[in-house]
Ligand binder design. Structure first.
Ligand SMILES: [Zn+2]
Length: 104
């Protein structure tokens, strides 16, 4: 099942495109978020949560955003954690589908 994807230019570098399933006002690309995202995480539970393939972060803005939020505020709600876990499963499926049916 293919979901509609929007392509939006990064709000920070205005160069790279960000792929999203819904329209947001402010979107930042992987390259611009990479540095902030790669800060060490000390909480073992959170470290475990964020220990997913880098490819997933490249593919999904929401996953990047949750991680950046945690790094900034050192706190996530139960809902955010659950949404993150659910999105990881979706992204895994999406990437598998893309590998099986290349869009190009
Ligand atoms: Zn950017």
């Amino acid at each position: 099942m293919a979901r509609v994807k929007f392509k939006q230019k990064c709000s920070k570098c205005n160069k790279n495109y960000v792929l999203t399933s819904s329209r947001h006002g402010y979107m930042v690309c992987y390259e611009c978020q990479k540095e902030e995202m790669n800060q060490p995480i000390n909480d073992p539970e959170m470290k475990d949560l964020f220990n997913i393939p880098e490819e997933y972060y490249k593919h999904n803005y929401f996953l990047r955003n949750i991680k950046v939020n945690y790094i900034r505020y050192k706190n996530l709600s139960e809902n955010q954690i659950n949404a993150f876990k659910k999105t990881v499963i979706d992204v895994k499926k999406e990437l598998e589908d893309m590998a099986a049916n290349p869009p190009f």
